[in-house]
Design a binder for this molecule. Structure first.
Ligand code: CA
Length: 527
């Protein structure tokens, strides 16, 4: 789909990229942009300075006429725009959002792609059949009140206990701001509760659940983890009671007795985790969550198409892939419903989008609240343009599953996991869905990372990859430079995933221990 043109002059030849044959704009690929008077390879002369990643009019665009990128109107010209002009967001009227009625339902039968066999990684097999890519003790908290005590205990576990358990990668407190001061029976409160429950059961935690509770909070431990929630190693044995440290317990006298309780109760979990060994499992055991953050106009040209190619590879290998970020795919709803494997899957997608439309309306905003100043500086005029570049992360395979926020993934193949686009909330919800590997593309640059799963970061531009050489794991900017194809970078990412999943390679975020907070999506009121 990419049509790249370049001129072979020795110093930085002008280079523009057009995504679709119908497009009447292209983006400037050169670092630093191009000055007025630049002659493009097709003979067009730039009338304005056009910054890198920004659009240039390839033909005269009449007032009210469509500005086409990715083959669709990303806006309508507010006045006549001569060929060679810089086409920025102030010259565009954004199209209305596509309605949620009369959509094409499961009309596109995705081209059958041959299965991809013979790819494997070394992972930790869990009792419930899932596979971990890391071996981590997670300590669940019912409420924010206990965060300081738990963190104190975690520091001691790391210093005093972990050296005895070399096969355990880390100890992580699942800190969050929920649990009390919230309308816990309000519609929507189930979302943060099930998110926290399902994160505790993420494959990277080996089924070892321990909970620290305060005692008086609204989110009581039994409500967070009802009996039967935790998969049993031996299904014939009776379910053990929830392993709980309650700080308000009468038995606790003084702060250190609370800390000692956490250390004492953590020990058997660490012993069991330490006894586990990686085994060879097929690539189909990967559960990959993809998202983007700090996007620019290159996101949809380099990194996201490469991730999309990799999504197809993963699905061909039998793995699970989730794409999310409702406000960033909303404008492509017709593409998504047509790619659904069945009308039921398309209906489920429409249901999630309608819920989110209503959620935004309650706050008197619409999906246009998504684009950031950085997105616009990077060349993305509006959410329609951003969405077209975001959707390509989902590749070309059929969409076979849909999840509501905080639900656990149920199947292999490509799933639409409905989440906000907020990086931390999306990552938190994909963790709850059960991802064991995270892929994150960025153009403006973000040092995003999670403590619970490895995060592979993909840069959209070589300039970013060069400056952030010890933060970015993959440089998809080589696609815009003409040094690699989308397929090349897609395969590079796929192979890197198997290395990272096996623990043979650490991502930069793991190396530096860059950990963003868990942020629970709570659409319900607080009190
Ligand atoms: Ca995001």
């Amino acid at each position: 789909m990419t049509e790249a043109t370049s001129l072979a002059t020795p110093t930085r030849p002008p280079h523009t990229i057009r995504m679709h044959v119908r497009d009447n704009v292209a983006i400037v690929a050169n670092d630093g942009g191009l000055p007025p008077g630049t002659v493009l390879p097709n003979g067009l002369v730039l009338l304005d300075k056009v910054p890198q990643g920004h659009k240039v009019a390839l033909v005269d665009l009449p007032a009210d006429g469509p500005v086409l990128r990715y083959g669709i109107p990303i806006g309508y010209a507010l006045k006549d725009i001569p060929a060679g002009s810089w086409v920025h967001e102030r010259l565009l009227q954004m199209p209305d959002a596509r309605g949620l009625t009369d959509l094409p339902m499961a009309t596109v039968k995705a081209e059958a792609q041959p299965p991809l066999e013979g790819y494997a990684f070394e992972g930790y097999r869990n009792a419930d059949g899932s596979v971990g890519t890391r071996n981590i003790l997670a300590i669940t908290q019912t409420v924010q009140c206990v965060a300081g005590v738990t963190d104190f205990a975690v520091q001691r576990i790391k210093a005093e206990l972990l050296p005895r358990f070399p096969n355990v990668d880390d100890v992580v407190a699942l800190e969050h701001s929920y649990g009390c001061g919230v309308a816990i029976d309000a519609p929507g409160a189930e979302i943060p509760i099930r998110t926290l429950r399902n994160i505790s059961l993420n494959p990277n935690f080996g089924g070892e659940v321990m909970v620290v509770s305060l005692g008086c909070e609204k989110l009581q431990p039994e409500r967070l983890m009802p009996p039967g929630t935790i998969p049993l190693i031996d299904e014939r044995a009776p379910a053990p009671p929830l392993d709980l440290v309650c700080l308000q317990d009468d038995a606790h006298v003084g702060f250190m007795s609370m800390v000692d309780s956490i250390l004492r109760q953590a020990t058997p979990h660490l012993e069991r985790l330490n006894a586990r060994r990686r085994v060879t499992v097929p690539a189909s055991e990967l559960v990959v969550g993809v998202q983007c953050g700090g996007s620019d106009a290159f996101s949809g040209v380099t990194a996201n198409p490469a991730v999309g190619y990799c999504t197809d590879l993963l699905v061909r290998a039998g793995a699970s892939v989730m794409f999310s970020e409702t406000t960033e795919v909303r404008d492509g709803i017709d593409q998504l419903t047509s790619r659904a494997s069945t009308p039921e899957v398309a209906e489920a997608m429409i249901r999630e989008m309608a819920w989110y439309d209503a959620y935004l309306q309650r706050g008197k905003v619409d999906r246009s609240a998504n684009t950031t100043p950085g997105n616009k500086k990077g060349g993305l005029s509006n959410i329609v343009e951003k969405a077209m570049g975001s959707i390509v992360k989902s590749g070309s395979v059929a969409i076979t599953g849909v999840l509501s926020p905080g639900e656990k993934i149920k199947q292999k193949g490509l799933t639409y996991a409905a989440t906000p686009a907020s990086d931390f909330i999306c990552g938190t919800l994909q963790l709850a869905a059960g991802m064991n590997l995270h892929v994150f593309t960025t153009g403006r640059g973000t040092p995003y990372g999670l403590a619970q799963v490895p995060v592979i970061k993909v840069a959209t531009r070589s300039d970013l990859a060069r400056r952030w050489h010890d933060l970015m794991d993959v440089n998809a900017g080589t696609i815009a430079d003409g040094d690699a194809t989308i397929e090349d970078v897609g395969w590079e990412l796929f192979k890197l995933m198997l290395e990272v999943a096996s623990g043979r390679k650490k991502t930069w975020a793991e190396h530096w221990k860059l950990h963003n907070a868990l942020v629970l999506f709570n659409p319900a009121p607080v009190t």
